[in-house]
Design a binder for this molecule. Sequence first.
Ligand SMILES: [Zn+2]
Ligand SMILES: [Zn+2]
Length: 260
Amino acid sequence: MEHTTRLMFLGTAAADFSPRLSTDCKDRFDKDARRASCLLIGKRCMVDCGPHALDSLRIAGADASEISDIFLTHLHSDHFNPENIAALAEGKRRALRLWVRRDAQLPPIANTELMRMPLQTVVRVSEDMTVEAVDANHDQQAFPQHFIFTLCGKQLLYALDGAWFLNASYRYLRNRNLDMAVLDATCGDYTGDYRAGEHNSIPMLRLLLPSLRTWGAINDRTRIYLSHMAPRLHLPHEETDALVSKDGMRAAYDGLELEL
Ligand SMILES: [Zn+2]
Ligand SMILES: [Zn+2]
């Protein structure tokens, strides 16, 4: 019996993309030319499907025809690209399932089935996978939500885009002892950015993590990965990773594979 799930970051950027994505990085991942945030869970599930999702799947050598479920964190264009979703849905025998916030309004996409997420409720996805949604502190017009995936008994929080946690969501995380958390780190290691009401910075994360530990949401074994990093607000990847490692975090990068 399989006790681990393979994860791969297909993109780790906020919405400022490198021009190198259309030149020397067209056919490969590069730690300093990040694509739009996206995660592949196992072979069948993706979190978000933005403008680069098809390229990322191709570069990763993943079989796009196997994708059965896409979990949408929200409808901003760096996370939600209807054309790419339509391309993935085309020709599937069973409609591609799109998991969205309960009140989300989105254009109809052929051969997809909308799965509206109830709040703070365990929903079964497959035999060895469940998902829970909590509200996110982000642009409400984009219907944001964070996800807690439970895969073979291990828990993964995927919390981007959003700043801090809303009160009810924070309470819901109490004593969860997450195995892994992927957190928004749009802004780098400086204070004063105007986005503090919708995205995290590294100083905000330094304050947040000890509180999450006190709260039991995470513990000393929880693996913390930062994603949705805006390249122009951060140092190069290796420097960022060395910097955040001092506080028990790692900077994710495109193509990073992990076992959960
Ligand atoms: Zn975004
Ligand atoms: Zn957003």
